[in-house]
Design a protein around this ligand. Sequence first.
Ligand code: AMP
Length: 196
Amino acid sequence: MKRLLLMGPPGAGKGTQASYLAEKLGVPAISTGDIFRAHVSAGTSLGTQAQAYMDAGEYVPDEITNNMVAQRLRNPDATNGFLLDGYPRTLIQVAHIDDTLATNGHRLDAVLLLEADTEELVSRLVARAAIESRADDNGTVVRRRQEIYAAQTAPLVEEYRRRGILVTVDGTGTVETVRQRILASLSEASSGRPMH
Ligand code: AMP
């Protein structure tokens, strides 16, 4: 299992888990949110295009996001695998990553879904706002991000379940607890037992 996607609602702890898991698997963690933030900090034209969407809690348009990911996946470090964090987030992005991978005879091996309670997530995000002072973590934007996830990204869960590659993981509890659950679920999935 070398081509993975980690998904879950905003605040479910994807970023933290993605870095650990990617290191463990020896693949790069590719976070579209991190790449966009790096572009914003560096003041690139991509950063300028993305910033208004990010600050409002909206998704950056698919075309911009897809091009950026296609370019990132061409980097030699992603040849033998990767852990995507926060991409794809729309059905159009799903089609795009499918096509990109199919060009080289590849496909996603598994999609890990971190499940968590929305109320708990909102308080986590508000707490994180205090620490990181992210412009996209104020109360209104936190709610908007959850709405967008429900409308645009939740449908991906059914698509990946249908394909038989969805692995659901309880995302509540400490970072270490969730980490252990992820490892256990992944090894279960890669041993060929049915996923749930
Ligand atoms: P994240 O750190 O993953 O929560 O991403 C922060 C912000 O970057 C999101 O709220 C979006 O504005 C933008 N973003 C990240 N990934 C995507 C994506 N796959 N599609 C569209 N916008 C994205």
